[in-house]
Structures are given as C-alpha cells and as structure tokens.
Design a binder for this molecule. Structure first.
Ligand SMILES: CC(C)(COP(=O)(O)OP(=O)(O)OC[C@H]1O[C@@H](n2cnc3c(N)ncnc32)[C@H](O)[C@@H]1OP(=O)(O)O)[C@@H](O)C(=O)NCCC(=O)NCCS
Length: 221
C-alpha cells in the first residue's frame, strides 16, 4: 500500500501573511514520516521557443494594459473581467492586490520579451491536489500553438514541482478555439456544467476538461 498524504496547517507564515499548508506523509499505520512546507509556484517558467511565463509586477502594468486594451472586443466575447480593466491604474491595482500564490497565479506570456497574453492557475485546491487553468492570447498571435505550449509547461510545473494530481480547464461550450486547447493537451471532456459562468448579461454552459498526473504527457517544442 502506498504512502497517504494529507494537508495540515502550520504556524509558519509566508511574507504576504498567509499560512501555507504542509505536506505530511504518513505510512499505512498512520505514523508521520516526513514533513515539509508546500512549494509555491515559480516566479518565472521557461517554455521554450522564445516563450516565458512571468508573474507580472508593477513595471508590467502599462504593457499588459495596452495588450488588453488593443484586444478588448475580441477578449470580451469570452472573458468576464474586461469592464474591470478600463485604465492603466485598474491594471496596476490588479497587480498590486493579486491573491496569495497559494490561491492562484496568473503569469504574463512573454514572446521574445514582449507581453502577448496571460496564462495561469485560476484556483489551486491544495487539499485535493487539483488546479484549474485560464488563458488569453493577443488575437494577432493565435494559430501558432503559443497557449497550448504555455499550458503544457504550467501543468508540468504543477504536477512535477508542486505535487498536484489533477488539472482542469473549464471552457464555454461555444468557445471552440479555446476548447481545442485542452483537447490538444490530451485532456478528457468530463461533461457540461450548466450555467457555469456569468458573461456580462447572460450565463454560459461550460465544458469541463481534466487530466490526472498518471495520464499526463507534456507537449514537446
Ligand atoms: C483561446 C485562445 C487562447 C486560443 O488561441 P490559439 O492560438 O488557437 O491556441 P494556441 O496558441 O494553442 O494555438 C493553436 C493553433 O496553433 C496551431 N499550431 C501551430 N503550431 C503548433 C504547435 N507547435 N503546437 C500546437 N498548436 C500549433 C494549431 O494547429 C492551432 O491552430 P488551428 O486552430 O488553426 O488548428 C484564443 O482564441 C483566445 O485568447 N481567445 C479569447 C480569450 C479566451 O477565449 N480565453 C479562454 C477562455 S476559457
């Protein structure tokens, strides 16, 4: 019988004041055999092909805002937050008040050093070792596999470095370019979640895709 894992809280605080859960390994008789703090997501991930994933800081606010603003109509069709980012100051505030890396982490996608979109973890469920992914890409750079490669790197990081077990992507059922991303990654369609997301003035159903670590094969360059 394998080692069982459970998540316990500790008194150790992160610099942002939150408390990371610990990984505690137990043998089948329940004896504690190791204890170590949970690793946090990396600040930067090299994807290859000139692509990097980087946690944005305040210096990235203007570039990120311009990319969002120049794709506003295109992104607004499927993403619910466009009306929250009307000015550079809104973007700056979003970066400043980003949640703890224990809860989520949204990376800027850099192509040859320039911001072209974002990809990241919308939410971590550490107790169940599960996470869900979100992304968008500048319209002029679609059709090159950029988001698929970035998601592959992200999933690999979460499985291999952070100890997660299950990756999910939820996509509006009629967002076919986005549904192709989890399919390309080898994820399975598990079902349709009814009225899963509110998009400005209506609900949309979501297709739920997932893959577990034993089935995972990263996408090569
Ligand atoms: C969803 C979205 C990111 C998909 O963009 P995309 O460019 O189609 O996805 P990728 O970057 O993975 O590229 C895949 C395309 O590149 C092609 N491609 C070229 N080289 C490739 C490679 N090495 N690997 C994978 N795909 C490759 C694929 O064939 C595919 O093109 P196709 O659709 O014509 O077959 C984009 O449409 C978007 O930002 N939409 C608006 C926001 C949104 O909907 N976000 C998701 C909400 S759930």
């Amino acid at each position: 019988m394998g080692i069982l894992f459970e998540v316990l809280s500790t008194n150790q605080k992160l610099s942002n004041g939150s408390i990371p859960p610990n990984i505690v390994s137990k043998d089948p008789k329940g004896l504690k055999i190791t204890e170590k703090p949970h690793p946090l997501p990396a600040e930067v991930l090299d994807v290859g092909s000139g692509l990097m994933l980087k946690l944005p800081d305040e210096n990235d606010a203007v570039e990120l805002f311009r990319k969002i603003d120049s794709n506003r109509d295109y992104l607004r069709k499927w993403l619910p937050w466009l009306d929250d980012v009307i000015t550079v100051e809104d973007e700056l505030e979003a970066i400043r008040s980003r949640p703890s890396l224990m809860d989520s982490c949204m990376y800027a996608i850099l192509l040859d050093g320039k911001i072209v979109g974002t990809a990241g973890i919308n939410s971590f469920d550490w107790e169940n070792r599960m996470f869900s992914i979100g992304y968008w890409l500048s319209e002029d750079l679609t059709g090159q596999g950029i988001v698929t490669k970035c998601c592959s790197r992200l999933i690999d990081h979460c499985f291999e470095d952070l100890g997660h077990h299950r990756a999910c992507i939820l996509v509006a059922v009629e967002n076919f370019p986005s549904r192709a991303v989890p399919s390309r990654l080898g994820m399975s369609l598990e079902g349709i979640s009814k009225d899963r997301e509110w998009l400005y003035d209506h609900y949309v159903d979501a297709a739920v895709y997932a893959i577990t670590k034993p089935d995972w094969r990263p996408i090569g360059d």
